[in-house]
Design a protein around this ligand. Structure first.
Ligand code: RM4
Ligand code: NI
Length: 291
């Protein structure tokens, strides 16, 4: 039997705006499916079982989880299970601006947790308290009003509501008492640190200490959660920042290399070519902006 993949064109407005809200009061049997978009699921009442990949988890009121696009999921058993789905297209939203990447809970809930759960039998999901759930559902109502009315400026305001939701959930995750969530949060802390200090020389011992893990454990957990070593992650981060600087004409390639934390501009060029496919010089020519 082939897997149903829900398509953007069927679930988002014809104007292409990349956020949608779907309430299920209650959820009807739906079957195993994946999406070509991401989904935040908020359990508003009732109980059930959630199946994602090969894992199954009991669901209760207040549970929140994120389904990254390609992962198949379903609700094999439901008892008055009511939920809200917030559907979104991450790459159209440029979410990671301002200091969102500095929130460990953001990495934990939106990036690490979906990947981590796929690889481990961790139960790191977020369960909100009744007060937190009420606050979240207030934000969801505002988002839904913007999306239904679609008045002038709704894109801006709906995006703002959505950002509030993401930020609020990231903060809630940071207070989660569950030990598996704490473990994930610690990796999230190390990632936030890397994002904030990517220019500085890497110190794996320091990162492991931040995550309250031995170096060996830290390396293993990081790789399990991110699919890559901390060093590879940092390299990607530096090269991405360098690419942004190269798009502007003010700095020489050597200056860019130093600014993002390389000590040697030849080494920088090699790494850049490895990850981006062209040398920094070629990249600058292709992307030169006029300001
Ligand atoms: C379904 C079910 C699915 C969701 C779609 C949009 O009823 O909740 O998980 O992806 O709606
Ligand atoms: Ni779904």
């Amino acid at each position: 039997m082939s897997l149903t993949v829900l398509q953007r064109r069927d679930w988002f407005g014809t104007d292409g705006f990349p956020i949608a809200v779907e309430r299920r009061n209650p959820q009807q049997p739906f079957g195993l499916h994946a999406h070509d978009f991401a989904e935040i699921v908020i359990i508003t009442s009732g109980r059930g079982i959630h199946k994602a990949g090969r894992e199954t988890h009991p669901l209760n009121t207040g549970d929140v989880f994120v389904i990254g696009g390609s992962r198949p999921h379903d609700y094999p058993s439901m008892d008055q299970l009511c939920l809200v789905n917030i559907l979104y297209q991450p790459e159209k939203l440029e979410l990671e601006n301002q200091d969102l990447p500095s929130l460990p809970g953001y990495h934990a809930l939106f990036i690490l947790e979906p990947a981590w759960r796929r690889r481990h039998k961790f139960n790191s999901r977020l369960r909100l308290s009744p007060a937190e759930l009420a606050r979240l559902l207030g934000l969801v109502d505002q988002l839904e009003t913007e999306l239904t009315q679609r008045s002038q400026g709704f894109r801006f305001l709906a995006t703002a509501c959505f950002m509030q939701i993401i930020g609020y959930l990231a903060r809630c995750f940071a207070h989660a008492p569950n030990p598996d969530s704490r473990a994930l949060l610690r990796i999230g802390e190390a990632i936030s640190h890397l994002e904030a200090h990517y220019q500085a020389p890497t110190n794996l011992n320091r990162l492991a200490a931040l995550a309250h893990m031995s170096k060996r454990n830290f390396m293993r957990n990081f790789k399990a959660a991110m699919g890559n070593s901390p060093i590879a992650y940092l390299m990607q981060l530096r090269v991405n920042r360098a690419a942004a600087l190269l798009r502007r004409p003010h700095k020489s390639i050597t200056e860019v290399a130093f600014e993002v934390g390389f000590e040697d501009s030849n080494y920088f060029s090699r790494q850049f070519k490895n990850l981006i496919g062209v040398t920094p010089m070629q990249y600058r020519k292709q992307h030169a902006s006029l300001d």
